[in-house]
Design a binder for this molecule. Structure first.
Ligand code: FAD
Length: 459
């Protein structure tokens, strides 16, 4: 996603991926509203939707079965389930189509930076030189370790087994057992996955060795311990385990090297937020890093990446910590869960938690002003169609209901739309390339100040 964002601004990009093949396990990830909005903003949503399955929004927080609250503020108020290797391939195709280069089988092993750029050493000894480097290399990020950036937080305390396998008992028997067990154990399911295969999730006996996959016998033992039967599971397609380690990088930037995605933050998968968070990091960072490379970035623009995104990640870490507590079968957490289930009947509570998990409630702290300032603008209808259709090129956009203002010397970075729509209840809005509101007002001088703040000097 980041490679594609950079290509929108004609920055030369090389992606280094250590693996030659996609992973053998096919985890279905959920794309939430904000990520769907970002896909729509870049003209990708139709393509992605073809490969996914839509599910109604709601029931995201700790899997408490509450329907979505009424009037969610998004044109994309649903969840799209999509296999992770498919979304990775679609994003890679998108980046390559825009001109990014991708090299598979290249592991970053060393780096050194100076005042002009970064030298990267690959595992085979090859050296590459670039002006910037972004470590999007996952929770065990080599780049983060090479930078010496701390990754404080909590280690895994609870692990869960997850895999796909065949079963030896009829579907009705499975459904009845699953319903009974899930009364108290929420980290448990057996779901049909097509062609006689079931997706199986069950708590692990303890915290396993890092990187060591579980065996089928581990699944059998845990199924017996928790459900009283192993359902005759056999013929696994893949088996994995995941934990609830929760950590946040101390810094997102050291000089010319930055971190994004799981390299910057890890947390349990409850609520399905990790990949979404990484995609949103990428869209926040892409235009800022491009501006830096192209030479028009105002002095502190690149640092706003950490200032804006680290608090968002900290909030996700906290909400997953809270959700994990609510999954505990202990009587105390179960009582809190029952109470929260009651509170979910209040639309405001439900909406607050739904906006948290879907990231539509994110508001960057970019100064005093109306509530919309710093938030993303939903995909409103404009006279040319949909707003997001005007953001495909990753440029800024001025929506001007007064038709008196101009983007003047910034017109090579910022588009202009006069008399956009009656749906906008403020005179003018300046949108950043990531769709967040950077300014609201009706005064040209004030607008020019804000154009300078976000888009540098006029050309
Ligand atoms: C069970 C489970 C369910 C989940 N469900 C969801 C969900 O529904 N929704 C959601 O949003 N998230 C979900 N997640 C989280 C999501 O999978 C991760 O947050 C996401 O994969 C992070 O993406 P990333 O690109 O930052 O890191 P990764 O996916 O880890 O990718 C890092 C890449 O870097 C490569 N790499 C590593 N080291 C090097 C190196 N030295 N040199 C070159 N390349 C390197 C790796 O090979 C890998 O391809 C789930 C996670 C789990 C475990």
């Amino acid at each position: 996603m980041l490679a594609a964002e950079l290509r929108l601004h004609d920055v030369r990009v090389l992606v280094l991926e250590k693996e030659t093949e996609p992973p053998s396990f096919v985890r279905i990830v959920g794309l939430h509203s904000r990520s769907l909005e970002l896909m729509a903003m870049r003209g990708l949503l139709e393509r992605i939707r073809e490969h996914g399955r839509q599910r109604p929004a709601g029931g995201f927080f700790a899997a408490i079965p509450a329907p979505a609250p009424p009037g969610l503020d998004s044109a994309y108020a649903y969840l799209l389930g999509i296999p992770q290797p498919v979304i990775v391939r679609l994003l890679e195709d998108h980046a390559v189509a825009l001109g990014a280069q991708v090299r598979h089988g290249c592991a970053v092993a060393g780096l050194a930076q100076d005042s002009d750029g970064v030298t990267v050493e690959l595992a085979d000894g090859e050296r590459l030189r670039s002006r910037y480097l972004v470590g999007c290399d996952g929770g065990r990020s080599t780049v983060r370790k090479l930078l010496g950036v701390g990754f404080p937080g909590e280690p895994s305390r609870v692990e869960t087994l997850m895999g796909e396998m065949e079963v030896g008992v009829p579907p009705e028997e499975i459904a009845a057992a699953v319903t009974a067990v899930r009364e108290t154990e929420h980290r448990f399911w057996l779901r049909p996955f097509g062609a006689g295969v079931y997706s199986v999730v069950v708590p692990a006996a303890g915290v396993g060795e890092r990187g060591k996959p579980p065996t089928l016998e581990d699944f059998r033992r845990q199924l017996r311990a928790i459900a009283g039967t192993d359902f005759g599971v056999h013929s696994p397609r893949w088996l994995s385990r995941f934990g609830d380690a929760t950590r946040l990088a101390e810094r997102y930037r050291v000089g010319r090297v930055l971190l994004a995605g799981d390299a910057a933050h890890i947390h349990p998968p409850i609520g399905g937020q990790g990949l979404n968070l990484g995609v949103q990091d990428a869209v926040n960072l892409g235009w800022k890093l491009a501006a830096q490379v192209r030479g028009w970035a105002p002095g502190t623009l690149l640092d706003t990446y950490q200032a804006e995104r680290q608090p968002v990640a900290a909030d996700v870490l906290d909400n997953t910590r809270a959700q994990m507590e609510l999954l505990s079968p202990e009587p105390g957490p179960q009582a809190v869960r029952r109470l929260l289930t009651e509170l979910m009947d209040f639309d405001e509570v439900n909406r607050h938690l739904t906006e948290k998990v879907t990231a539509t409630g994110v508001r960057y702290d970019i100064g005093e002003g109306p509530d919309l300032l710093g938030r993303r603008l939903r995909d409103i209808e404009v006279k040319q169609g949909h707003l997001y259709g005007l953001l495909h090129r990753g440029r800024g956009l001025l929506l001007d209901r007064t038709e008196r203002l101009t983007v003047g010397g910034w017109s090579d970075r910022v588009d202009y739309l006069g008399d956009p729509t009656a749906a906008l209840d403020v005179p003018c809005v300046l949108l950043r390339p990531d769709g967040h509101v950077a300014w609201i007002g009706d005064d040209q001088q004030d607008l020019d100040d804000h154009l300078s703040r976000w888009f540098g000097r006029p050309s």
